[in-house]
Design a binder for this molecule. Structure first.
Ligand SMILES: Cc1ncc(C[n+]2csc(CCOP(=O)(O)OP(=O)(O)O)c2C)c(N)n1
Ligand SMILES: [Mg+2]
Length: 818
């Protein structure tokens, strides 16, 4: 189904000039009378209060880090504290027009944003709602602490609750907002729309965009803001997020009912420094950060520079931009000018900037300036305004005392497996939310009509049937995808060539016809954005499948896979789930950058489930499993297998729904003399080796297909090894650092007494993957497995090794690092 977006050569070759758009800089014109009418005295004064509260919170942390005490309460805080002293107006102004439905995502320097958003939500919500949130969030753990010393209204209690929940999190306590698993740089509190803050510079850009995508596709209310620093403009993933957010297809191809572009605002908290690097004049060339918007889309991202030292200028900008975003006319870029008086962190001596510059900004200090504004316009007097400072000091005295107490605010017990229990949610849900499944065809009329009628098993009387007449590994994957699309209204999939092309390797052929654009679409060639937005989509509550054509491209999405996808469930203290499946294909024949098996690399990272089916039955059964789960899965597939029918599991690939049990290896061939364990497509070479062991050497080999790298139940493997006393492991991953060595070490510990020899490991050579014609010298072959057995485990009578597997050779290779 072509898209019919004409690329007209006459238009493309026409002589003309592109005229740059205009970007407003600090366009806000203060008007005290109009402001008084618009906001009212009470809200104006509350803005000041919030600035003072945030300032004192950060000063308290500064004292604790530098002096080891606050108000006489001693504490040694080991973790970080990136303070935002000086940036208060930018955050208070931002939150004024936001409601709990609006999400903010932040950075390492987000304490102020968190507090401002929470304070604003407290002002907006009624007492019953506030009590309900405090009582139910983490079963009321933080509420129980603050109730003891809070004696005012529910809103007063809620303010103490927020101060305490935030501080206890910074101090790594179980009573903190994220059970102490996040700490200073990752605190968040979803009930008030405070979403994850990120220690990876710019990390929030893609995640917030994914959350905005979730809101748009699932018609949820509110906008999303990525609060990131000026220096993050140097990060590729931030650019990728902006490109992704500005795709034309939201307007040209997506159904108008969906509502246009995701409501995402990229707010750069522009304090002019990235640690000691100065973004203007040194590390960047944009001059004015907002200029970047012009490079992203024809609307220039509706970019503006906003005076972040005037909370009302920021509030005005957010109010205007929110309307635009809700109408689907984003993305928006704000260059919010601000300045931090504090160092990058408390240990920073600010040697990279002149004292004079800091002094000049201090003359503009926003709480002081806004206080003057309130007094000048008759909104408040000194006595009323001074009281806020006394109030916050008093509150913090209680909050700090409780947060430093190990009795009141204990840490998670690492002697038990408390953190282990948070690594995965281990839940299964048919759908992440109820609702209408938006599809274009009844399920029976999809490509399923064709696949369901094919032979479900690839052999007849032991002879192979024509492949075209059998359900293949790729089609088995398709059936799993189709099933979940028709079950879960939140499920979407995207990646490069996911739509008309049918997925890079044809797995999605037929999906274009049955799914609207917003459920299946082509992404830009932006691997970081593909995975990072999926993280944001999933943690907002939707199920998502994204694909990176070749697993070699994971390098382009390294942070998003290893730090974001893998970590947010546990860092949230299990507040969030991550129903995200990342499909990656292991290539072959395409050389060094398209033919690597990186499953070991992924298995090394805590927080990811790793699956690698080797047969068509497993392709469907394991993808079904992954797609019903709520945990992040990296799903490896093999290009050697896409066109293969099921030839091992009797009965073939069921038409109906089924799942492979989580973490369970499959015994593919029974035997009693030696065990061969394989990962992925290496299975077939292991089976060939087993056949030859039987035929030529009279040895009966048991072949086990691991199927899973994490989690993995070793019991069937150990049981096999206890029976055979011998084991060889094989996979296409490069041998050095291969997951096989983890397996070998575990098997040695679990079955040492039963082993007749060492656990042999057969991986690919520690080289680049050479051209197709040389691959047999690189990837493990049947003969390599035989050679390894002969050399290390049991001599095979009359066997002539074709490869050198001697201990001397192992030493030589390692000495040379190859
Ligand atoms: C990807 C990445 N690179 C480097 C760092 C180390 N680092 C932490 S904060 C920071 C500066 C960030 O500057 P900016 O984005 O402007 O935020 P600011 O600190 O000014 O609030 C750096 C380099 C990091 N955390 N993440
Ligand atoms: Mg900065």
């Amino acid at each position: 189904m072509p898209k019919s977006i004409l690329v007209d050569p006459r238009e493309m070759r026409r002589r003309s000039t592109l005229v740059g758009g205009e970007i407003p800089l600090n366009a806000y014109v203060p008007d005290p009378e109009a402001e008084a009418r618009k906001y009212g005295r009470e809200d104006l004064v509350r803005m000041y209060r919030d600035m003072v509260f945030i300032r004192e919170f950060e000063v308290m942390l500064d004292r604790i880090k530098k002096d080891g005490q606050y108000q006489g309460i001693a504490y040694a805080h080991l973790g970080p504290a990136h303070l935002s002293i000086g940036q208060e107006a930018a955050v208070v102004g931002q939150c004024y027009h936001l409601t709990p439905d609006d999400f903010i995502f932040g950075s390492h320097r987000s304490h102020g944003e968190i507090l401002a958003k929470c304070f604003r939500s407290i002002a907006q919500l009624d007492d019953d709602t506030l009590m309900c949130i405090m009582q139910t969030y983490m079963s009321g753990a933080a509420l129980r602490v603050v109730e003891k010393f809070s004696h005012g209204s529910v809103k007063d209690l809620a303010i103490n609750y927020v101060l305490y929940g935030t501080l206890a999190e910074i101090f790594g306590r179980e009573t903190g907002f994220n059970k102490g698993m996040g700490g200073s740089m990752h605190i968040f509190f979803p009930p008030f729309g405070v979403m994850p803050n990120n220690a990876i510079v710019g990390g929030s850009a893609n995640i917030a965009t994914g959350a905005a995508l979730f809101k748009r596709i699932n018609r949820w209310p509110g906008i999303c803001i990525a609060n990131i620093g000026d220096a993050s403009m140097g990060c590729g993933p931030v650019w990728e997020a902006m490109i992704f957010a500005a795709m034309d297809q939201y307007h040209t191809l997506w159904d108008k009912k969906v509502g246009g572009a995701p409501p995402i605002l990229f707010n750069f908290m522009n304090n002019f420094y990235g640690m000691g690097g100065q973004t203007i004049g040194e590390t960047m060339g944009f001059g004015v950060l907002a200029r970047v918007g012009l490079g992203v889309n024809s609307e220039g991202m509706l970019a503006e520079r906003v005076d972040g030292y005037n909370p009302l200028a920021v509030a005005d900008a957010i109010e205007r931009k929110k309307v635009i975003l809700l109408e689907g006319r984003g993305p928006v870029l704000l260059d919010t000018v601000t300045y931090r008086f504090s160092g990058h962190s408390p240990s920073d001596a600010s040697s990279y900037r002149d004292k004079e510059e800091v002094n000049q900004w201090q003359l503009h200090d926003s709480p002081a300036a806004f206080r003057q504004h309130l007094k000048d316009n008759g909104h408040a007097d000194d006595a009323e305004l001074d009281a806020f400072h006394q109030d916050i000091v008093e509150r913090l005295r209680h909050v700090v005392r409780e947060a430093v107490s190990l009795e009141v605010s204990p840490r998670v017990n690492t002697q038990t497996d408390a953190i282990g229990e948070m690594m995965f949610s281990n839940q299964f849900k048919d759908r992440m939310a109820e609702g209408r499944r938006e599809v274009l065809l009844p399920k029976e009329e999809t490509r399923l009509k064709i696949t369901s009628k094919k032979h479900r098993f690839g052999l007849e009387n032991g002879q192979p049937l024509p492949r075209l007449k059998c359900v293949t590994y790729a089609e088995a994957l398709f059936e799993a995808m189709l099933h979940r699309f028709y079950e879960d209204p939140t499920m979407i999939a995207y990646g490069e060539e996911n739509r008309d092309w049918g997925g890079a390797f044809g797995v999605y052929r037929g999906l274009t016809e049955c799914l609207p654009y917003h459920r299946l679409f082509n992404a830009p060639i932006s691997e970081a954005a593909i995975v990072g937005t999926a993280v944001g989509y999933a943690l907002s509550g939707g199920r998502v499948v994204v694909e990176l054509m070749y697993c070699d491209f994971m390098g382009r999405a390294g942070d998003e896979i290893f730090n974001q996808m893998a970590k947010w469930q546990a860092m949230s203290g299990n507040v969030l789930q991550m129903p995200l499946v990342l499909r990656v294909s292991v290539g072959s024949k395409y050389g060094a950058q398209h033919s690597q098996d990186w499953s070991s690399l992924v298995a090394h990272i805590a927080g990811l489930k790793v699956m690698f089916p080797a047969t068509a039955y497993d392709a469907k059964g394991m993808l079904n499993l992954a797609l019903r789960g709520t945990d992040p899965v990296v799903f490896f597939e093999s290009q050697r297998l896409y066109s293969e029918p099921e030839k091992l599991v009797e009965g073939g690939v069921p038409v109906d729904y089924y799942e492979v049990p989580m973490g369970e290896p499959a015994i593919r061939r029974a035997g009693h003399d030696i065990t061969i364990v394989s990962i992925g497509a290496t299975l077939y070479r292991a089976l060939d080796a087993a056949a030859e062991l039987e035929a030529r050497y009279g040895l009966s080999a048991e072949v086990i297909d691991a199927r899973f790298l994490n989690p993995l139940n070793y019991a069937p493997i150990v049981a096999s090894v206890r029976k055979t006393g011998r084991v060889v492991l094989a996979s296409d991953a490069c041998e050095r650092g291969s997951f096989l060595h983890t397996m070998a070490s575990n098997i040695s510990q679990l079955a040492f007494d039963a082993l007749d020899g060492p656990v042999a490991v057969v991986g690919a050579r520690n080289w680049i993957t050479p051209p197709a014609e040389l691959e047999e010298g690189f990837f493990p072959q049947k003969d390599w497995i035989l050679d390894a057995i002969h050399e290390h485990i049991v001599p095979l009578a009359g066997h002539m090794p074709g490869t050198v597997q001697t201990t001397d050779e192992i030493l030589r290779r390692n000495r040379l690092g190859v």
